[in-house]
Design a protein around this ligand. Sequence first.
Ligand code: NAD
Length: 372
Amino acid sequence: MNSRRDFLQKLGLSALALQLAPLSNWAAETKTIEPAYDGPMLRVAILGLGGYGGMVAEAMRSCTKAKLVGLISGTPSKIKTWQAKYGIPEKNCYNYQNFDNIKNNPDIDAVYVITPNGLHRDFVLRVAAAGKHAICEKPMAVNAKEGQEMVDACKKANVKLLVGYRMHFEPKTLEVIRMRQSGEFGKIRFFQGQCGFTIGDPTQWRLNKQLAGGGSMMDIGIYAINGSRYMTGEEPIWVTAQETKTDPVKFKEGVDETIQFQFGFPSGAVASCLSTYNMNNLDRFFLDGDKGFAEMQPSTGYGPIRGRTHLGELNQPVTTHQTVQMDEMAEIIFNNKKPVVPVDGEEAVKDLKLIDAIYQAVKTGKKVEVSI
Ligand code: NAD
């Protein structure tokens, strides 16, 4: 491959131009060659072969430390299609009735639960009882009490419980966190997280209280909650929240359409966030300190994530979030690697406590003190 110098010289650029040309984009486009991985491979079965499960399966094709080896589904035809697509042997395929037998399968290390939210708790409890590591999609449960039950069950079974917080491995997000930790933004004063989209089909599970656990807050608002914690580096001590519902037919009792919420942090910093199922173009984080700022848009979508700070554009590499997440989870499971921002069950319970507090604040109209 041509070196950068050869490339620029072919373009007829002078030595001066070589010095002036920004290195950052070049660095972002150039892959560092790492020695081939020869550690253990995390062998994963996906439970719930839906839209996001399909995305995770595709992303795992590029993993070096994790591999899709098993399937769990209530739909036999999906199992057949996925088996052919990913070369999964019959002995690693289960349905929802018989998958407890996975405990006798030495070729599967972990089960990744990617079903509607309301089913996460029961499936994870069964994964733990089968002695397999559990990876679970967000929101990990529909309230903090259920989330804590999952944490306790996995601890008791001596298996890990990890949550699909893919942004915790995203390079531009990690750079903003690094800058905040090193004081580049000074004292943090304010965070703003705006997360939402216009939801379609009114019959889908995301608008069913039983299966979703709530509405936009459970699905997309959780990114603003989680982001307000990792961007500021603090845990909220109080919550206020207000709900707006323009379509009570589509968004029934217990299914929130739009909620604005505010957090207060011990340092005096505040957060102001919006979660909605009724507006597009909302995928934005803003972090403000007394010496600088970071702005990300898109901030939590599948990418590419874009952002800038008071020092200029963020140029960290664009990654496939789920590929990096699964490789990092292999390191967490096998080598106890500590990610910069945790992705374990305890981390998820903190978000669930805040969701509980937001719903309580909406209901009572009062400021809710929290300790998480
Ligand atoms: P989906 O509807 O596309 O897929 C859900 C799957 O669960 C389907 O295969 C469905 O057959 C199965 N299922 C099992 N029991 C079911 C039941 N009783 N009712 C309905 N479906 C049932 O949904 P999705 O978008 O794949 O979301 C699944 C989970 O993944 C959710 O928890 C969601 O929050 C999460 N998710 C995370 C991300 C992310 O970026 N981390 C993105 C999308 C979805």
